[in-house]
Design a protein around this ligand. Structure first.
Ligand code: ARG
Length: 460
């Protein structure tokens, strides 16, 4: 085969320069070279085992492929746009290295099943990568939580002070989110685990191939059941993109919380310089850029998911060139999510809590008013709604007098509810309030300690 000819040069006289550039995907899919070579080696072994191709040619092919892998590893491989993609670049080079024996490689397969096989292997391995980084992030959040079990802060609803909570409890909410992401990524792997190789262009093949052998050797549970679905299915890419988008959304919420907490208005946390930038005009500034990048880049993860879903919508089944752009979207989402996870890990490592500010803020906004309503309901056996009404009147009174609830006297309280003996320092104390939330999943220090222990055990 002539050196610079395309595989289909007998039929086609060559492309325009523009189309060659636009139609080629080598700049993106060269990232699949390891998977492609791995799958080709296994495919060759299967062809030899089934006596479909001569053993001596099979051995030459495998040797040649390994040489190509080394060349690419060492940056010595010349990727050519005119050969379109990673599959044809490798096949072309194989011809140069071993000659006509290379012609046996593409027996009983097509690029359609080849690309989706490579891609599935890549997505599977990359999913495990992300799971590993998620674990590291969880570990660093847990370390921070462990140091802040007794750090009381106001929990917010509507960004209005609501009830005192432990900062550790707040952080553990994110551990829950990232644990769900981890499960989602694991679930995706269950669905990826079917090998498309051997589906050929779309119809299957008349060669007596052993698809179970190929599937097993490539690390899949089983071969796919339907050759048409095999080459047209990109659900696994959508699952990855969707899980990545959800995970990015969780990271973005964490980032947003940290940005708010780091503001002068809140002053709950501060970061070490390692994760801050300055301003070109305002000398005093220290800005939490990584958190803002995490928040902003969530848009990239959303966008890639949306693009992939849109590519698939209305695409007749089997292979169409539209599908070629799937890889760029998934690679980009993977890179973006990985960077965001790394940045989140660094934010956790470089975060300090300003405990006094948190506690002071927790004492504002009558955050223990619910505790008083609960107290009346539990101790005075009042219906909760009655206790709630009394407590709201107490808040109105304190607000008017411009004092906090813990500054009220028993005499003042007795104006609203007869004969109650309130241990004021206790009932209106924010730490006591936090620790009274002992229901399962609540914010008491005791609960939080147990939860941290449970999560740490799960990570190991
Ligand atoms: N580069 C192509 C892709 O990524 C490989 C499959 C090409 N198949 C074809 N029939 N043109 O989708």
């Amino acid at each position: 085969m002539k050196k610079n000819r395309t595989i289909w040069s007998n039929r086609l006289k060559g492309n325009s320069k523009n189309f060659q550039r636009i139609g080629s995907s080598i700049h993106v899919d060269k990232r699949l070279y390891k998977e492609d070579i791995f799958a080709s080696i296994i495919h060759t072994k299967m062809l030899v085992k089934q006596k479909i191709i001569p053993k001596k040619d099979g051995l030459k092919i495998i040797k040649g492929l390994k040489k190509i892998e080394k060349e690419i590893n060492k940056n010595k491989f010349k990727f050519k746009e005119q050969f379109e993609d990673i599959h044809l670049n490798i096949e072309k080079r194989l011809f140069q290295i071993i000659g006509e024996s290379a012609g046996y490689l593409h027996t009983a397969r097509s690029r359609n099943d080849q690309v989706v096989t490579d891609f599935k292997i890549w997505v599977k391995n990359s999913t495990y990568d992300i799971i590993e980084i998620l674990n590291t992030l969880k570990k660093f959040i847990l370390d921070k939580a462990e140091k802040n079990i007794n750090t009381v802060m106001p929990g917010f609803t509507h960004l209005k002070n609501a009830q005192p909570v432990s900062f550790a409890h707040y952080l553990l909410a994110y551990v829950e989110m990232f644990s769900r992401d981890k499960k989602r990524f694991f679930n995706n792997i269950l669905l990826i685990d079917e090998c498309p190789l051997g589906s050929a262009a779309l119809a299957g093949t008349s060669f007596k191939i052993d698809r179970s052998f190929t599937a097993k050797k490539l690390g899949f549970k089983k071969p796919t059941n339907n050759s048409i679905d095999s080459v047209s299915d990109r659900d696994f890419a959508i699952d990855f993109l969707s899980t990545a988008a959800t995970c990015a959304m969780h990271l973005s919420r964490l980032a947003e919380d940290l940005i708010i907490f780091n503001s002068e208005a809140f002053g709950f946390v501060e970061f070490k310089d390692k994760v801050l930038t300055g301003s070109s005009i305002m000398p005093q500034k220290k800005n939490p850029d990584p958190a803002e990048l995490i928040r902003g880049r969530t848009a990239i993860n959303y966008g890639n998911l949306n693009s992939m879903l849109t590519i698939m919508k209305g695409l007749p089944i089997s292979y169409y060139k539209d599908l070629q752009d799937d890889k760029e979207l998934v690679f980009d989402s993977y890179d973006t999510l990985k960077d965001s996870l790394m940045m989140a890990i660094e934010l956790m490592q470089n975060l300090n809590t300003k405990k006094n500010n948190m506690k002071n803020m927790a004492q504002k906004g009558y955050t223990t008013a619910t505790d008083f309503a609960d107290f009346l309901s539990i101790k005075k056996k009042l219906p909760f709604r009655k206790g709630y009404n009394i407590s709201s009147k107490l808040v109105n009174y304190a607000e008017k007098k411009k004092i906090r609830l813990d500054q009220l006297s028993n005499g003042e309280i007795n104006k609203f509810v007869k004969e109650v003996d309130v241990n004021i320092p206790k009932i209106f104390d924010v730490v006591n309030s936090m620790n009274s939330k002992t229901s399962y999943g609540g914010t008491s220090a005791k609960n939080v300690k147990k939860m941290i222990f449970k999560y740490k055990k799960e990570i190991k």
